[in-house]
Design a binder for this molecule. Structure first.
Ligand SMILES: [Zn+2]
Length: 324
């Protein structure tokens, strides 16, 4: 993309894109680094590009390991210009670099793809249960494909959600691709701004199985059953499960990821180290459920989401009732 900076009047901004194309088959777009400080997806996408054998591909796999390069290098969620890449869709070809890149994805890449894969994690500020996820789209054929995508990751948990309140849903990458009728798969594979061998194994294994299940990579996909695993937990993330900080301070997680908790359980405490006469403030869960997200980075300000409690569903059919 053309750019102009204080140091280079005429320059270009380059985003590496790797394409594997081999005969007939679907086209899948694999995306990492939508947010800069979410490294699991960047590592998985880059590793895939290094490891893929073209003979194993049937169709086309297009990989962008890191959408938000400068943010990734800086260890930040947002671009240096303040852009949240996951809020600038459908983009603008004459806008800021982030908007130009979003426009390129939305106008050129999404239209040629059957599947779009957008890998996230909690970044520095949050930590998610590793899970492949989806939004509950209304169109049934598309939804069925997206359910299959989600299950193909074979993660222990899957999260299904509706729109985040107060956000234009179609400013998000995945929702923009969904609006174009694409079979979208997303996931949250950890967080806190670091990776572990466990989180990387989950995302790498899941990614390969997803590509096989989608039919763009040769080989029989595994299922949880074929792997000898019990069925995955399906979790609904709704507004009642979000717990936000009520004060500034330093946050202490009091529950572990994946724990089952009850209404009124203390999920965390806010400490005020400037006023030691003020007792730590306890934050309570408003619902019973499973701890899906905890805080990563302890310094918090009022309004920061510090914990999300999800509702366990017995089956995906229960989403019909939840989604109304
Ligand atoms: Zn993200």
């Amino acid at each position: 993309m053309g750019d102009s900076t204080n140091n280079s009047g005429w320059t270009s901004y380059n985003v590496p894109i790797i394409k594997f194309s081999n005969g007939a088959g679907p086209t899948v777009l694999v995306l990492g680094g939508n947010h800069g400080d979410e490294y699991e997806g960047q590592i998985a996408a880059s590793s895939l590009a290094h490891q893929l054998d073209l003979n194993q591909v049937q169709g086309r796999i297009i990989i962008i390991p890191c959408l938000s390069q400068e943010a990734s290098r800086a260890g930040t969620r947002l671009w240096p210009d303040g852009s949240n890449f996951n809020r600038v869709f459908p983009g603008n070809e004459n806008g800021k670099l982030s908007e130009k890149l979003a426009h390129y994805l939305s106008s050129f890449l999404f239209p040629i793809c059957d599947g779009v894969l957008d890998m996230h994690s909690g970044g520095r500020s949050m930590h998610f249960i590793p899970s492949s996820n989806m939004t509950w789209v209304s169109e049934l054929t598309q939804r069925t494909k997206m359910i299959n995508n989600m299950l193909a990751w074979n993660t222990d948990f899957h999260m299904v959600g509706l729109e985040q309140a107060g956000t234009n849903p179609y400013s998000l990458l995945n929702r923009n691709a969904e609006q174009q009728g694409k079979s979208v798969s997303t996931g949250e594979f950890g967080g806190s701004g670091y990776t572990t061998p466990e989180s990387i194994k989950i995302i790498k294994d899941g990614l390969l199985n997803f590509l096989k299940a989608f039919g763009v990579l040769r080989g029989l996909p595994e299922t949880r059953e074929s792997l000898g695993l019990k069925p995955a937990e399906i979790i609904f993330l709704g507004p009642a499960g979000f717990i936000s900080a009520t004060h500034h301070g330093i946050y202490e997680n009091c529950v572990r990821l994946g724990a089952d908790i009850e209404v009124g359980d203390v999920v965390g405490k806010i400490h005020d180290f400037d006023h030691h006469n003020v007792a730590p403030i306890e934050l309570l869960s408003k619902i019973s459920g499973v701890v899906a997200v905890i805080r990563g980075f302890p310094p918090i300000t009022i309004g920061d989401v510090v914990c999300v409690v999800g509702k366990k569903l017995n089956s995906l059919a229960e989403m019909e009732k939840v989604a109304g």
